[in-house]
Design a protein around this ligand. Structure first.
Ligand code: DLL
Length: 431
């Protein structure tokens, strides 16, 4: 096993906690002095930087939310003058202004180190040909992965997302070994590979570094078998950096957190209080090594839990379990909580239907209705009404067992659900 920064990645826990405390104190002092938004926020909460004496004191600090980014658009949260900012990224969001973030030269260096760690974690090296099929642009995925891969010395192919046939042509001609994409786009690439009748032997892919959205274990297996790869996932968000916050090693058992750069808390989203160690809750992130835009206790809305057991790979960091979903993605239907990932797990375990699906939520009178639309894998079933009906019943029953809710199931023809080259949109809520 090779480590990119062994001293940090295998640091004894006590020593890591010391380093975290030192950096946390510095960060709080830094934002108090440099960012009026944080000075006001801390003053209002009656907290001074000198009140932070232990890691537990972190809880005294107020949360930062996505609304804070919007209210301070574009540069109000920056802690350095623009002449020190060498890069801007932004997360789109569906409505309103984007959340804008800025990086100093040191931030860029830290960022590429964190990505380089992830590349080593999956066994990547300067021997690899790495095709980046994340979008380049304001999205942090493309450029973020790019710089870290280059640091490792991999041969980077900055293909960006889309143009799938050309993507495949290059993959075949260049002998790409590492594919970097969202799991949704990787699935689309696998479909097009099949449509183009490219024999598996002509594709040299070994590893998929996926991220930007979650994928279930069932989806992981599909990607692994169809692309002939080991599929790993990475977590991050623009507000605190982008990719690089946490990522899986080849043991695929939770995402190693870059704890020298981020402190992660898991809280009860209702009360804001910490949950018991190992229990799921909302991920809250404090950056402790950022200069351009340090962030205190950012409410991510992502739901996960912490894994503290030692990892076989020898890294000492705690890990974040696969995200269960987002608090704002969780549907409440007839009083029942439903995560799209639960539906995905059920659907992928059933024959004759494909991995493309959509949840459509509506209201009939005062009652919520959930319709699950899912694609058939071949249209031959469409000729047999009784078979279709039996399949719909089977899906409905399995969803009922897992969700505790009766959903309407609609089987649709292959290739009717929209394909995307970035993150999937599984939910249409018409309420
Ligand atoms: O998606 C950063 C990223 C790019 C991470 C590429 C990994 C690889 P944003 O566009 O700001 O940043 O979106 C962040 O995406 O709060 C999660 O809801 C979701 N997300 C990102 N990675 C994962 C993952 C990038 N591995 C938002 N599992 C986050 C589940 C993820 N959700």
């Amino acid at each position: 096993m090779k480590y990119f920064q062994e001293e940090i990645e295998r640091m004894p826990r006590e020593q890591m906690r010391k380093l975290q405390l030192e950096r946390l104190k510095h960060t709080v002092e830094d934002v108090y002095q440099r960012v009026p938004f944080y000075k006001n926020k801390l003053d209002e909460a009656g907290v001074k930087p000198s009140d932070i004496q232990t890691l537990e004191d972190l809880r005294k600090l107020p949360f930062t939310t996505k609304e804070d980014f919007r209210d301070n658009y574009p540069f109000g949260m920056f802690a350095r003058p623009m002449k020190e900012i060498v890069r801007i990224h932004a997360s789109s969001g569906t409505t309103g202004k984007p959340k804008v973030v800025g990086y100093t030269r040191n931030d860029m260096n830290t960022w590429s180190d964190l990505i380089a760690r992830l590349v080593y974690m999956v066994g990547g090296s300067d021997e690899d040909i790495a095709q980046v099929a994340f979008g380049y642009g304001l999205f942090t995925g493309g450029f973020g992965l790019h710089q870290g891969l280059e640091k490792v010395g991999a041969t980077v192919v900055p293909m960006s997302s889309g143009n799938t046939e050309k993507q495949i042509m290059l993959m075949r001609d260049f002998g790409t070994t590492l594919l970097i994409a969202t799991p949704t786009y990787a699935l689309h690439i696998a479909d097009v590979l099949e449509e183009m009748n490219v024999p598996k032997e002509e594709i040299k892919l070994k590893i998929g570094m996926f991220g930007g959205e979650g994928h279930t274990e069932e989806m992981r297996k599909i990607l692994e078998s169809r692309l002939g790869i080991i599929s790993t996932e990475n977590y991050g968000l623009s507000e605190v950096m982008g990719p690089g916050v946490a990522g899986e090693c080849i043991y695929q058992n939770g995402q190693h957190i870059a704890e020298d750069c981020f402190i992660i808390e898991i809280i009860d989203p209702e009360t804001g209080e910490p949950v018991e160690e190992g229990k799921p809750g909302e991920v809250v992130i404090t950056t402790i090594k950022k200069e351009g835009i340090p962030v205190l206790r950012y409410r991510t809305h992502d739901i996960s839990y912490l894994i503290s057991e030692p990892c076989e790979c020898g890294r000492t960091s705690r890990k974040l379990a696969k995200m269960q979903g987002r608090t704002d993605d969780m549907l409440i239907i007839k009083g029942v909580n439903v995560f799209p990932s639960q539906v995905e797990s059920v659907l992928l375990g059933i024959n004759h239907i494909g991995p493309y699906y959509q949840l459509i939520v509506s209201k009939k009178g005062y009652t919520d209705q959930l319709e699950v639309q899912v694609e058939l894998t071949d249209d031959s079933l469409l000729d047999s009404f009784s078979k279709l009906e039996a399949l719909e019943k089977e899906i409905q029953h399995k969803l009922h067992v897992v969700l505790g809710l009766v959903a309407k199931v609609k089987l649709v023809e292959p290739k009717t659900i929209e394909r995307t080259t970035g993150k999937a949109k599984h939910v249409i809520d018409n309420r």
